[in-house]
Design a protein around this ligand. Structure first.
Ligand code: B12
Ligand code: SF4
Ligand code: SF4
Length: 342
């Protein structure tokens, strides 16, 4: 069994070979600060109807709940921002254009293999409800919390997904950073968020966050359709304006190409939507959530070359049997018509 610095060095080498960044090792302790934050946000009504890590905070803030006897947590990030460079903007947020979480988990699995080969137990956790992913990474000094609540790492900024390997190996922790947040006096994301969802202290009001509202079934909350822009899944606004992500800026969107993407989604039957977007979180695997979002997004295309086909499409969907889809299409028709008077 290899122990001590030898094992840490082996893990670091494998992480580099896998293209993982910001490796960080922390002790497998309970994250009381995060449990308190989850409780306070729940009490303040900022959780909306989200479950995720809120369902069982005792579990999601304690690595030993996933692996009894755990001693260390190895965190690492997968920089998806790079792969979206040079891509045309899409109606899907950048992390979700590919299955970034599967790419991360596969690479973390390679680190788990190193540990297992040396006789240790290891569990990969990434974007599951088993653990709050950012906290062990921050504790191990991989990066910082930002005011938009995301985690940024050197060089790659916040366009990374982050996960961990929980292990019973007693590894030497990497050094925490001196600062909790890397924002200084900047408030660009707070100003840019179209719904004012970013509250002080790195806190998001989920009821106002477009990324959450686009995942929720039923009618979009009041004000979301008009504020959400041309997107059907996820929201990258608070990352795109962030100086940490300057290197991964996209070119300007083309309304006709966006309409093309939305029309394509609306033309798919249920099984096609589920197959094409199998990596997205859709509540109860309900494809109509994406259709609703596509219809709402069309209402934000504004006057321009996409206007004629957009109006015709919405008029048809406003007659749909599904009351949510019909009402969303009618709302978008009204917004598009109003945009002609502006
Ligand atoms: C619930 C959840 C959401 C919810 C709520 C998000 C939220 N910020 O509250 C919704 C659905 C809205 C969401 C959206 C998104 N999410 Co999300 N989400 C999660 C999930 C499942 C749990 C997060 C959680 O429970 N955190 C616990 C809370 C308490 O932590 P916190 O909000 O960071 O609070 C800390 C800070 O406030 C800090 N703090 C304390 N004091 C202070 C003071 C200052 C000044 C600062 C800056 C910080 C600070 O301490 C608190 C406690 O640790 C994680 C996966 C996981 N299992 O961890 C992914 C995760 C956070 N999401 C992720 C992503 C990619 C996104 C989106 C970018 C996707 C998209 N493009 O639409 C958006 C971004 C929206 C945003 N600005 O946060 C990534 C983030 C990667 C990164 N680089 O940070 C994660 C980590 C998934 C992963 N494994 O990579 N998400
Ligand atoms: S993801 Fe969008 S809606 Fe949510 S906080 Fe960021 S900018 Fe605001
Ligand atoms: S935009 Fe500014 S305030 Fe917001 S996360 Fe980035 S550095 Fe921090």
């Amino acid at each position: 069994m290899s122990l001590g610095r030898g094992l840490e060095a082996e893990i670091a080498e494998r992480a580099r070979a896998e293209g993982l960044v910001a490796l960080a090792i922390s002790r497998a302790r309970t994250y009381r600060n995060v449990a308190v934050a989850l409780g306070e946000r729940d009490a303040a009504g900022l959780r909306d109807t989200m479950q995720f890590t809120y369902r069982n905070p005792a579990r999601s803030t304690d690595p030993t709940a996933t692996l009894p006897g755990a001693r260390s947590v190895i965190s690492a990030s997968w920089p998806y921002g790079r792969s979206s460079l040079g891509q045309a903007p899409s109606v899907v947020a950048r992390y979700a254009r590919r299955d970034s979480y599967a790419e991360l988990r596969r690479r973390l699995g390679a680190l788990a293999e190193v540990l297992e080969a040396s006789g240790h137990q290891a569990r990969v956790v990434a974007d599951s409800n088993a653990l709050v992913d950012k906290e062990p990474a921050v504790r191990g000094g991989g990066g910082w919390y930002l005011k938009n609540s995301l985690y940024a790492v050197p060089v790659h900024g916040s366009m990374v997904v982050v996960g961990s390997v929980i292990t019973d190996a007693d590894l030497t922790p990497t050094r925490p950073r001196m600062r909790l947040t890397g924002c200084g006096g900047c408030t660009s994301c707070m100003t840019a968020c179209p719904t004012g969802a970013i509250l002080p202290g790195g806190t998001i009001d989920a009821g106002r966050c477009i990324a959450w509202q686009l995942q929720k079934p039923g009618m979009l909350a009041p004000g979301i359709a008009a504020a959400m822009g041309v997107r059907v899944y996820g929201c990258d606004i608070c990352q795109e304006v962030c100086p940490y992500n300057r290197k991964v800026a996209e070119s300007a969107a083309d309304p006709l190409a966006q309409l093309g993407e939305l029309v394509e989604i609306l033309a798919m039957d249920d099984s096609e939507v589920l197959a094409r977007f199998s990596h997205l979180y859709l509540p109860r695997r309900d494809p109509s959530v994406l259709r609703r979002n596509a219809l709402a997004a069309i209402g934000n295309l504004g006057p321009g070359p996409a206007l004629g086909p957009a109006l015709a499409l919405l008029a048809k969907w406003a007659e749909n049997d599904d009351p949510v889809l019909a009402a969303t299409a009618a709302g978008s028709l009204a917004r598009l018509r109003a945009s002609l008077d502006d």
